[in-house]
Design a binder for this molecule. Sequence first.
Ligand code: CP
Ligand code: NVA
Length: 352
Amino acid sequence: MKFPDRDPELKCKEEPPMATRSVEEKNLVGEAIAMPSPLTDLTSMADLTPAMAAGLLELAALVKARPAEFRQALAGKQIVLFFEKPSFRTRLTFESGIYSLGGHAMFVDQLTSRIGEREPISDMAHNLERWVDALVLRTFAHSTVTGLAEYSSIPVINALSDYEHPCQALADFLTLQEKFGDLTKVHLTYVGDGNNVAHSLMLAAALFGSHITVGTPKGYEPQAGVLELARKIAAGTGATIQVVNDPVAAVQGADAVYTDVWASMGQEAETLERARIFHAFRVTPELYAHAAEGAVFMHCLPAHRGEEVEAAVIDSPASVVFDQAENRLHVQKAILLQLLGGAARRQPARSF
Ligand code: CP
Ligand code: NVA
């Protein structure tokens, strides 16, 4: 069940975010960034419109530049994190982000039992909506995320499922925007497994009007449904979405080369077989040399040096992996603020 009018503070301006304005220009006293329509959950990048996605990056940039103005924005809000898989970055950036906004985070370790095993997801949702203000979920099945979003009246955030990793993709596009400016001119290449990270990057590229090439071995391409959805969104934004099976062709002329682990969490039994299959897709200095002059290297982390990427690439000055990791914090704060109406509770610094 969705409650689109849950928070009247999220009633938004009609015009799209003014992406061309600087953070300084946006710091007009009392102005809160608002989006063109309310966002109720972030289960997938596809929950966002292009304007909402741009608005989230705009808010994230503001939160990054002026964190002190949002210290009490989530005061009194309780947010629960349920994680079925390990996490370093996602858990800590959510917990730290929630506390820095004045909210309270509760972590529930689901490593040994999956959500919905002990009782129906719908019953859990109807309990949780009476106790807390938002849920952050890291799951195996994507249906666990969409199920809790469907049955609860509180916002649900996907902090990685087998299908998508939207918080990561938003942080990655904030990083690209910081490095290159206009996202409509950016060509991102992802090489490796057509997995959850690849799915979210394709949908993000589509929303931001960027150009993405995904290079995978045959049989490891992104899901056809995601490609279709990304191309449908791209038709309205000018983005281009390509999937190829040749790593050199994929990287040719790219502004950013991105890779991820070959065996995602839950696929550990396939590690050896995948190491053989993905060998040609290693990001080596030789493969990287096919990218554009000044190209950056990206990875969501954790990385395996000597497998999907050589140390000579990930540890080079071209690597922006720690900028990506930092931006997880700012983007997730923006997501929470938007979902919980916190942007309107910003306290802008007054300059007289
Ligand atoms: N990139 C990312 O999600 O990292 P963690 O698995 O450590 O949370
Ligand atoms: N594809 C990886 C991403 C880790 C952040 C996984 O799902 O394990």
